[in-house]
Each structure stands twice: as structure tokens, then as C-alpha cells.
Design a protein around this ligand. Structure first.
Ligand code: PLP
Length: 404
């Protein structure tokens, strides 16, 4: 049978409002009644499934959002949480909890979002988890770093901000050989890549980004097997249940609706980014974009991605130094090319100097080692506007700052 596309899978999730409305209602209740007190007790004991208890445990609106997220990732289940960081922290905690170990080891890609880096470097060791950072494209180094107590390999499909592509299938083969879980942050590439289909065990998303698409919510999701997702809300050992970073049902409802047009938005982001990256390349600008054939993992990403979605909306440009990057970004903001702001996935272009902002948690020496320069300007390319007009604005600003 033909594989169901992520857009078809999302489309086939359908929930009606109470009176037959074409959209579901928002169930805001923080707690639910039981007709028989025994059922409440059995729910607490884990003997009875399917009853709503308390919204830190589960909520009907958050659940239907989870169903759509699971459909998008071709997964059994998903759980909406309060942020991308909550998704990462709770996932890692849960894997160690489920293994029943108090100590252990995690291998992470050395080019990950700065917040993830700081969590792994500064917080996990205090919980008994050692972390080794390795270049994610160096599969030999990753395998060599495995210890008997390694439980997790963690990577981003497309790394923030260097845009290195993780070979999910090869990483998964390593994980399977050593009984390790592979966790993939798919924030940059929703719908473009479905990491579970390439062997990942858990996928996390910062829904703050493309899934929201309007830079108006902080939200996250954890996607995986029924069993893993259920373990996150276990009343005795669930990391989400017991640390509490749940998704608000109003946010879940909004994101549930927005998932229907994520397909169109991702394609539009990719089209605009691809157009601009090709223009930049033709002008011999130092642009990095995975859609360009010169990108070192262009072919790898092509093999992993779903067709028609393009290569995503993120590109980077190397400026001479931080000062030049700042001046270029300021000019681009003045010319209404984009907004100087962190984050990504917004309908309009967002720009930031990664080394000084979303990767500033990584010490400068390490930034140098991983090839993150002070002059790197990251663009989350928006889809609004006329491509030719946006390019004119870019070229004018670039020529003014770089050549004057
Ligand atoms: N993962 C990636 C790749 C990110 O870029 C970010 C934030 O920028 C996060 C996770 C964290 O997400 P949130 O800000 O929703 O907590």
C-alpha cells in the first residue's frame, strides 16, 4: 500500500464540536467528574484507562492535538507540552526513568540549539547524567563515544544554526546495535522529514516555531510509541505529570487548527528560501542552505525528505565579523526585508546573529571548534511578500553594508 503522506494523515484526523461544529470545542476544565468514585481510584491505580482525571495528567483538547501531531510524524502517539525545552527535558528524564537507572550517559550532537546545549551541559550532570558532545556527521566518533551506560543519542534533523543534516537511519542503526534510544529534534523540518520512519525512537518539536507559524505561542510536543507517551503521564513516574509543564488546552486547540495549513506554509517557506539562496549563490555570497547542491549533506537530506516540501526555510550567511552581521541585519530590518529577532518559523523573515544569541550558551572556544563564527547571520525565511521585491531589498542592503 502507498505510504500515507503527512498532509493526508493530518487531514484524516477529524473531531467535531459538541453540536456538530466543524471544529472541536476547547475543553478548558482542569478536573473531571466521576460518576462512580471507584473509577477515580482505579484511574489513579492505572487499572482503568480512558477517563479524564485532571488536566496535568490529560486533557481532551490537548489529546486531539496530540493525535494530529502523531499523524504528522507517522507515530502511535504524541503529547503536547508547554515548550520545546519542556519536551526535551521531559523526554530525556523519562528515558532514564523508564530504564530504572539513576545515573547514565547521553551523547549529543555538538551543534544543537543553545538552550539544549546548556540543559545538557549544565543541568543534566546534576541529575547524574554525563553528556558527551560529538560531531553528528562523524558516525565513527559517535559510536566510539558509546559507554555501557549510554542510554540516549540526541540530535537535530537539521542542526541549529549550522544546518548540518543528521543521518537518522545510520544513527538509528548504531542505536539499535547498542540498545540506545535515538531522540531527534525535528523543529526545523516538520513534514519535510519524518524521523520515526528512519528509525528514531522519539521525536520532539518546539511548536513555538513552524507549527505555530505566527510567533505567538510557546509550545512543544513529544512524539513516539503509545507506551513511551503514556509513561510521560504516569502518576508515579511520569516526567510531564510530575514536573508539570503541560500544554494549555487553548493553545492546543489553536495549534490543532493550524496543523491543517502547515503543509502550505512549509512549502511556501521552502520556496522563498530556495529562491533567495539561489540568488545569493549566483551573486557568490557565502550562503549555506541545504537545498543547494554544494551543501555537504544535500544528497542525504534529499534521500530522507518527503517530496514536494523543499528544503525548509532556514539559511545562513557568513559575514566578516559580528559587527558586520549586526549592521547588515539592521539595514535589512530598515529596508523591511525581515525582523531582527530570535526564533524561527514565523510568516515573516526573522534574523539573528547566532553566536551572540541563540548559541551564546556555547563558549566562544567551542563555537570556534564547531565552526560557528561570530559573523554568522541566521535567517528564518518568511513566505510573505513578492520574492523579487524581497530579493531587491536584500541585494540593496547587502551591497550597501558589505561593499561600502
Ligand atoms: N529546539 C530547537 C531546534 C530550537 O531552535 C528551540 C528554540 O529556539 C528549541 C528546541 C526550544 O524550544 P522552545 O523555545 O519552544 O522551548
Amino acid at each position: 500500500m502507498k505510504k500515507t503522506s503527512p498532509q493526508q494523515a493530518i487531514r484524516d484526523i477529524q473531531h467535531f464540536g459538541e453540536e456538530g461544529g466543524v471544529v472541536p470545542v476547547i475543553d478548558v476544565a482542569s478536573t473531571s467528574t466521576f460518576l462512580d468514585p471507584k473509577d477515580m481510584e482505579r484511574t489513579f491505580m492505572g487499572e482503568l484507562q480512558g477517563c479524564y482525571l485532571y488536566s496535568r495528567h490529560s486533557n481532551p483538547t490537548v489529546n486531539i492535538f496530540g493525535k494530529k501531531m502523531a499523524a504528522m510524524e507517522s507515530a502511535e502517539a504524541a503529547l503536547g507540552v508547554a515548550s520545546g525545552m519542556a519536551a526535551i527535558a521531559c523526554t530525556v528524564d523519562q528515558i532514564f526513568l523508564n530504564e530504572g537507572v539513576k545515573k547514565g550517559h547521553l551523547i549529543a550532537s555538538r551543534t544543537v540549539y543553545g538552550g539544549t546545549y546548556a540543559l545538557f551541559k549544565n543541568v543534566l550532570p546534576s541529575r547524574g547524567i554525563d553528556v558527551t558532545f560529538k560531531e553528528i556527521t562523524d558516525l565513527k566518533a559517535i559510536e566510539a563515544a558509546i559507554r555501557p551506560d549510554t542510554k540516549v543519542i540526541y540530535a537535530e534533523t537539521l542542526s541549529n544554526p549550522l544546518l548540518a543534516v543528521s543521518d537518522i537511519k545510520a544513527l538509528s542503526e548504531i542505536c539499535k546495535r547498542h540498545h540506545i534510544k535515538l531522540v531527534i529534534d525535528n523543529t526545523f523540518t516538520p513534514m519535510i522529514v519524518q524521523p520515526l520512519l528512519h528509525g528514531a525512537d522519539v521525536v520532539i518539536h518546539s511548536c513555538t516555531k513552524y507549527i505555530s507559524g505566527s510567533s505567538d505561542f510557546i509550545a512543544g510536543a513529544i512524539v513516539g510509541t503509545e507506551k513511551f507517551i503514556a509513561s510521560l503521564i504516569d502518576v508515579n513516574t511520569g516526567s510531564v505529570m510530575l514536573t508539570g509543564p503541560v500544554m494549555d488546552p487553548r493553545v492546543a486547540h489553536e495549534l490543532y487548527l493550524r496543523l491543517d495549513h502547515l503543509e502550505l506554509r512549509m512549502k511556501a517557506h521552502s520556496n522563498m528560501a530556495n529562491f533567495l539562496a539561489n540568488k545569493m549563490q549566483a551573486e557568490k555570497m557565502p550562503v549555506i542552505y541545504p537545498g543547494l547542491s554544494v551543501h555537504p549533506q544535500h544528497e542525504l537530506l534529499k534521500k530522507m525528505m518527503n517530496k514536494d516540501f523543499g528544503f525548509g526555510g532556514i539559511l545562513t550567511l557568513e559575514c566578516a565579523d559580528a559587527d558586520q552581521a549586526r549592521r547588515l541585519a539592521t539595514k535589512l530590518q530598515d529596508e523591511k526585508f525581515g525582523l531582527y529577532a530570535v526564533s524561527l518559523g514565523f510568516s515573516r523573515t526573522l534574523m539573528s546573529c547566532s553566536a551572540k544569541s541563540t548559541s551564546s550558551e556555547i563558549p566562544e572556544e567551542e563555537q570556534k571548534e564547531i565552526g560557528l563564527t561570530q559573523g554568522l547571520l541566521r535567517f528564518s525565511i518568511g513566505y510573505t511578500g513578492d520574492p523579487e521585491v524581497m530579493w531587491e531589498r536584500f541585494l540593496k542592503s547587502y551591497n550597501k553594508i558589505i561593499f561600502n
